[in-house]
Write a new protein. Structure first.
Length: 430
């Protein structure tokens, strides 16, 4: 009995020591007060990653009780990652999101924290952003995202080729077609387009939809709860896209060429015009050394949409509704989007910032600053079609745009398919 009692005593003592040790470690962690925030962004590339690494290091040094656990996943894979995140438990506290419908699906799933109170209680922070960059992250009057970049789409052109044919940047679609005709007649490739990844042509269609369809109708259709896509402007937008290829304005083999291949052709002077994002301007300058100009998609006289919109959108970050540390998450986002870091963003990455005054001729390429002025003066933005409509509707556009360009499907056939899927989506969302 004595032996059993002694053994029992040893077991109890060991158990007490283990529990005591755990409690000690636990309380030590609690006493340290360290908060770990998971931060997911989409820029692992060597030209962009250092910016985020520096900002995180700087933040942690100034906020020693907050640790940022950062993960970076590139553009296409992050869409899959975010889909998994949406349905799982391992959710980052702060995660990248495109604006528009892409962000709204997180809102509908109650996965995004309402940031309206945080912006309202810090008016200086809210007012530091261009309002056009905050608006695309709103849903039902509430704000669910903080913009990091502000992007637009413009046609860049080779000045030497334009001067050769005495051409000017066009203001209207009719003038644009005249420019393309003159270039084609001279034996030039009017427009380079690499549509191997179909987002490239979808960016054209984004602008065509916006210019051809009345704004209220388009917004109603882009809402998955009410989308019908029956306005004739959607077919007309597709016809505009198809005509550019049919009439030989695009380079050959658009569907088998990448955007990067198209870039190289343009830089080599083997194409007169190229449709690019504002954030690509620095690369254009690096290769063209001032031998280029730019203009927005021209107004289309017969279009029923607002002609003073520019294709583009902000992207940035949402905060998970499941985060246990909303205060610290907001603290980090305020630091990330501070004026000091916005200046650094523009300088180091060449990206235009939505923070007022951060993108100017002293911090950015002159053309980038001018592009931001275009965005500020526009009446609104046509957000990327593949992120501004429901994912199933976007997939119809993405899977058919190459077939449109190679003549396998007509605009009417594709829009009829869009209508069918929109109807299906509407029944699922309701």
């Amino acid at each position: 009995m004595k032996r059993k009692a002694k053994l029992l005593f040893v077991v109890i003592m060991l158990f007490t020591l283990v529990i005591g040790g755990c409690s000690k470690n636990s309380s030590k962690k609690e006493e340290s007060g360290e908060v770990v925030l998971k931060f997911l962004h989409k820029w692992p590339q060597p030209e962009f990653a250092p910016y985020f690494e520096e900002v995180v290091k700087d933040f942690e040094s100034k906020n020693p009780t907050i640790k940022i656990k950062m993960e970076a996943i590139a553009d296409d894979p992050i869409k899959d990652k975010l889909r998994v995140v949406l349905g799982g438990n391992e959710v980052p506290d702060i995660m990248f999101s495109w604006s528009g419908e892409f962000a709204r699906k997180f809102v509908r799933a109650d996965a995004a924290l309402d940031l309206t109170p945080y912006l309202s209680e810090d008016a200086a922070w809210k007012e530091s952003f261009m309002q056009a960059a905050l608006q695309p992250f709103t849903s039902d009057g509430k704000n669910y995202g903080i913009p990091l970049r502000f992007n637009g789409k413009f046609f860049v052109y080779n000045k030497e080729i334009f001067d050769k044919y005495k051409l000017q940047a066009p203001n209207t679609w009719d003038e644009f077609i005249q420019v393309l005709d003159k270039l084609k007649q001279g034996g030039e490739t009017p427009i380079v387009l690499g549509n191997q990844s179909p987002w490239a042509a979808i960016h054209y269609l984004t602008g065509f939809n916006q210019k051809m369809v009345p704004q209220d109708v388009r917004m109603n259709d882009y809402n998955p709860r009410s989308g019908e896509f029956t306005d004739p402007g959607y077919v007309q937008a597709m016809e505009k896209m198809a005509d550019l290829n049919k009439k030989g304005y695009f380079m050959k083999n658009v569907n088998s060429s990448s955007h990067d291949m198209a870039s190289q052709l343009f830089f080599a002077g083997k194409g007169a015009i190229f449709y690019v994002e504002l954030e690509e301007f620095q690369r254009v300058e690096d290769n063209m050394k001032g031998n280029w100009g730019f203009f927005p998609m021209p107004a289309i006289s017969e279009g029923k949409g607002n002609q003073n919109y520019i294709t583009g959108a902000p992207d940035g970050f949402i905060v998970s509704s499941k985060t246990k540390h909303p205060k610290e998450a907001i603290q980090f986002l305020k630091f990330l989007t501070s004026k000091e870091n916005a200046f650094k963003l523009v300088n180091q990455t060449g990206w235009p910032s939505p923070v007022e005054g951060a993108t100017n001729p002293d911090t950015a390429l002159k053309q980038v600053a001018e592009g931001v002025d275009y965005l500020k003066k526009s009446e609104g933005m046509a957000e990327w079609l593949d992120t501004d409509v429901h994912a199933k509707v976007a997939e119809v556009y993405l899977s058919n745009i190459q077939l449109l360009l190679d003549g396998s499907k007509t605009p009417k056939e594709i829009i009829e398919e869009v209508q069918q899927v929109a109807k299906q989506v509407k029944s699922e969302v309701d």
